[in-house]
Design a protein around this ligand. Structure first.
Ligand code: FES
Length: 245
């Protein structure tokens, strides 16, 4: 079962195609949310897939700005509509694996709703995209951090693509590890800078950090020491993180 919105269909259509081809017994239900019919990506590919597997693939196009014959498939997917979809159009209790891909709000709504229905989180796979254009993380552009020898600093060491980098971050600046690292290595990976996408993930090797927000890492990743560097601030004078593991 997959729930996708907008360009969130891209990984989902590949999963659907692979699963349907690989296992003759697999059934795949897809709820695909868009504003209007003209926004639907891969419309022909989805129709071809449906022609190929008419009884095993179920497509539910939900359009937020267009009236469809079924009221369930018209309007934005909110908690009420999702519950209704899961209760009627989809046999939610028979689902083995869930795939979610779309903007943060929708994916979070689905995860919360599935958790309420008792779905084991191990069977929910998701990918988030932020609707905003990726930009430099907030607080860095236009507000350069000046490191003055006389100020107290955190020493941040990081490993990225096999190379070690080091940067001093003034304690008063309350910079994120990502922002500090970007001052010396512009290729440090990030996308949303809001704790949502997980692109900036790294493992804390020495020292400790505190994280503001986390919508991307699961408990088992946190237990292993992974953090979102866009949300992490040092709490020890020296911190080392590894982006390569
Ligand atoms: S850049 Fe997206 S979670 Fe950090």
């Amino acid at each position: 079962m997959a729930i996708a919105a907008g360009s969130g269909i891209t990984p989902v259509i590949a999963i659907a195609r692979t699963l349907l081809a690989a296992h003759p017994d697999t059934r795949f239900d897809l709820v695909y949310a868009n504003k209007a019919a003209m926004d639907v990506m891969f419309l022909e590919e989805l129709a071809d897939l449906k022609d190929k597997y008419p009884s095993r693939l179920a497509l539910h196009h939900v359009l937020s700005r267009e009236q469809r014959i079924a009221p369930l498939l018209s309007g934005r997917i909110d908690a009420e509509k999702l519950q209704a979809l899961l209760g009627t159009a989809i046999h939610a209790d028979d689902v083995d694996e869930w795939f979610l891909c779309g903007p943060f709000e929708l994916v979070q709504l689905c995860r919360d709703t599935l958790a309420e229905r008792g779905v084991n989180p191990d069977h929910i796979r998701f990918e988030l995209f932020s609707t905003g254009k990726p930009d430099r993380p907030e607080g860095n552009a236009g507000r350069p951090v000046i490191v003055d020898e006389s100020q107290a600093t955190y020493k941040i060491t990081f490993k990225l693509d096999g190379l070690q980098g080091e940067v001093a971050s003034p304690t008063h600046a309350r910079e994120s590890i990502l922002n500090a690292a970007l001052r010396v290595r512009p290729d440090v990976p990030f996308a949303c800078a809001g704790g949502v996408c997980g692109t900036c993930r790294a493992k804390v090797v020495t020292g400790a950090v505190t994280m503001d927000e986390n919508y991307a890492l699961e408990q088992d990743e946190l237990d292993k020491g992974y953090v979102l560097t866009c949300q992490s601030h040092p709490t020890t004078p020296e911190v080392t993180v590894d982006f390569d593991v």
